[in-house]
Design a protein around this ligand. Structure first.
Ligand SMILES: Cc1ncc(COP(=O)(O)O)c(C=O)c1O
Length: 389
């Protein structure tokens, strides 16, 4: 029996995905099916599973869960967020043009610029927090818009409804990278998104112990096309990691609640620190996207960035951290800090980075679920030192 059909509340569905789905055993924890291949009952017949790249029972439960969470028709999971994005970009042909958020993950920029650019798929990077600017950037060859909101690392908030309307009017595929908020806090399809992308390495996985990606398509036709590309290119998520991700989903809502509570407390504290010049967190009432975030999201998430008084100070902070780890990635229970200009966004040309405000004084913090007072105490001792402003 699929208990999920009776469950309408997100927190319950997250816990129950896969429970009792393994009919033969009634397993509460859906099993890992490592089999690479499956017996055919007869010529021309299939159990529904033939070969693990094309379909796997553990993966199927996870993919159905993600489609359900997002309100889409089909979910597909991949070996990483970049594998999901690369498979998605294979949908486009030479001559196609994409509009992409300028405040986005550097790896997405890298694959578009250095891989797909050579294949004739071009991209323009625009301020997607400003819908008229986006409208003006549409070209005759534009086929799609890819938006990250909140942006990375500057946390700008894009108006999903306005961009969704624009994409519908101009017949563009509307794609949202929802990695920072997950469907617990933001469901882009409610605003017209055709496709939602994830680095599931982040909040979905939530424990900094797996690498995964996902695509969720709104329509069956787009789902079928992306499945074709997933099966053709082959960057699937292995069954062991599908199981781990299913297990992580169970606590996703709980974790995000605590991440958000901690991030707000940390952001409010940072705001008043004499060495901190600016704090970028949509949960702060002063943040330019605060009201919009309130309207379109169920919370502000656990990511924030802040600018300190000098590049030297930023390096000092990273060196002195004790509880918070100086490490890339985000969305796990452990707090992590990075220097985007030299890590996650290093592939963005320097002039463009500086134009966007991604300088070497900007630190990005993925606020974990430790006690917020301990996170603040660590930041306090790391920021201590002579005035370098
Ligand atoms: C918003 C966003 N999208 C996509 C990716 C790529 O995901 P992965 O690292 O799982 O390949 C990342 C990685 O940091 C990300 O932050």
């Amino acid at each position: 029996m699929n208990a999920n059909e009776d469950l309408t509340r997100l927190e319950s569905r997250l816990v129950q995905y896969g429970v009792g789905r393994d009919a033969g055993t009634g397993a509460i924890s859906f099993p890992i099916y490592p089999s690479a291949t499956y017996r055919h009952p007869a010529v021309g017949e299939s159990t529904g599973f033939d070969y693990t790249r094309s379909g796997n029972p553990t993966r199927q439960v996870l993919e159905e869960a993600l489609a359900d969470l997002e309100g889409g028709s089909r979910g597909l999971v991949f070996a990483s967020g970049m594998a999901a994005l690369t498979t998605l970009f294979l949908h486009f042909s030479s001559g196609d043009h994409l509009l992409v958020s300028q405040d986005l993950y550097g790896g997405t920029y890298r694959v578009l610029d250095q891989v797909f650019g050579k294949l004739g798929v071009t991209a323009s990077y625009v301020d997607t927090t400003d819908a008229p600017t986006v409208a003006a950037a549409i070209q005759p060859a534009t086929r799609a818009m890819l938006v990250e909101t909140p942006g990375n690392p500057l946390m700008g908030v894009a108006d999903l409804q306005a961009l969704g309307d624009l994409c519908r009017q101009r017949e563009l595929l509307f794609i949202v990278d929802n990695t920072f908020l997950t469907p617990v806090l933001q469901r882009p399809m409610e605003f017209g998104a055709d496709l939602v992308v994830y680095s599931a390495t982040k909040y979905f996985g939530g424990h900094n112990d797996l690498c995964a990606g996902a695509l969720v398509a709104r329509t069956p036709a787009l789902g079928e096309r992306l499945y074709f590309l997933q099966n053709s290119a082959g960057a699937i998520l292995p069954p062991q990691d599908c199981w781990l991700l299913l297990r992580s989903l169970k606590t996703l809502a709980l974790r995000l609640e605590q991440h958000g509570r901690n991030a707000l407390e940390v952001a409010l504290w940072l705001q008043h620190h004499p060495r901190v010049r600016a704090v970028y967190y949509p949960g702060l009432p002063e943040h330019p996207g605060h009201r919009l975030a309130l309207q379109q999201s169920g919370g502000f998430g656990g990511m924030l960035s802040f600018r300190v008084d000098s590049p030297e100070r930023a390096r000092q902070v990273l060196k002195k951290l004790r509880l918070i780890s100086f490490a890339e990635s985000l969305g796990g229970v452990e707090s992590l800090m990075t220097l985007p200009a030299v890590q996650t966004h290093a592939d963005i040309p320097e002039a463009e980075r500086l134009r966007l405000g991604i300088c070497e004084s900007l630190l990005r913090l993925s606020v974990g679920i430790e006690n917020p007072q301990d996170i603040i105490a660590d930041l306090a001792q790391a920021l201590e030192g002579e005035d370098k402003g």
